[in-house]
Design a protein around this ligand. Sequence first.
Ligand SMILES: *Cc1c(COP(=O)(O)O)cnc(C)c1O
Length: 386
Amino acid sequence: MVVGNHGLMEEKIYLSSPHMGGKEEVYVGEAFAANWIAPLGPNVDHFEESLQQYLGADQYVAALSSGTAALHLALILLGVERGDEVLCQSLTFSASANPIVYQGATPIFVDSESDTWNISPQHLETAIKDRISKGKKPKAIVAVHLYGMPYNTVEIGALSKKYDIPIIEDSAEALGSSYRGRKCGTFGEISILSFNGNKIITTSGGGALVARNTEHKNKAIFLAAQARDDAPHYQHSQIGYNYRLSNVCAGIGRGQMEVLDAHIALRRKMNVFYKNLFAEHAGINVFSEPSADFYSNHWLTCISFDEKRNAKNPDGLREALLANNIESRPLWKPMHLQPIFKDAPFYGDGTSEGIFKNGLCLPSGSNLDYKARGRIENVIVDYFNS
Ligand SMILES: *Cc1c(COP(=O)(O)O)cnc(C)c1O
């Protein structure tokens, strides 16, 4: 492609693109060889098993067609119904909130804290008290580990206990992250994972519900497979869904699990690369773990611009990267600022809005080699020197 005076455009560098380990095609091939081209089969069983082993003892995984489907089923398992209210982190991807609306419930959005960028314990408690005083106790809390950074599991967990409101842990971006050695995906009453194309590992599209007991896992699988009662004919006493993961896609997931930790190490190296690159720039902060208790998979490395100290801005850098065929992206725009959720209640003080305004996600894939990093570095250095 010839573009302007850049001459031949170099290959596109993506924010986060699929990175195969090698064995994926072998497992997909097994699915074809055995004619298991269905939303069940040996790859699904193996993939669930390896996720369970990875997350640790007493984790029960149901592989599903997406992280969004997993969130939807989590809400159903926790009894969320029409007219209910569900607390939800505002600074997140829309899929954290949409399933609340699928259930006919109302999302109540909560602001972020500035050190983890995730749901603020202070605003969460204000929201809980206020909703209770208005006569409705929220049915669940959707807390998110944004960009792989664990939320404040201690304080959010304590509030969940104190008010007896279960947590749905949206760990879509945080497979392999941990807090005090405990893996993300094991904190909530129910947790969810995503294997979409741009996530830490992918099945091309897929997700999982992670339960703390077999009852929740089995119920999730029952609902995900059209809620068929135990009868020789097709009999239904409940509304079902078609949310199981394909055995072909699960083959990709099996292969990806074999390289998960190696790919996390590479993502974390990308984070160090940016820390070194921005070490000289006083007005730029590379989003990092607030303390040694936190371990992020650094799914995406994000920076924030200090407004007061900086003539440069996220949009300018994004456009400079784009002109060189390098993808970067604004942070998630908070849900309470989205047109579709403009009428939903919000509790906060503008923290997530500020994070959104001043932030930028940079290319963070585990497959960015020396040459790609060199191109990124050149554009960033040029931008700040211009
Ligand atoms: C990707 C993502 C989801 C949804 O997962 P899908 O598999 O794409 O449906 C949910 N929450 C967050 C925070 C995500 O990043």
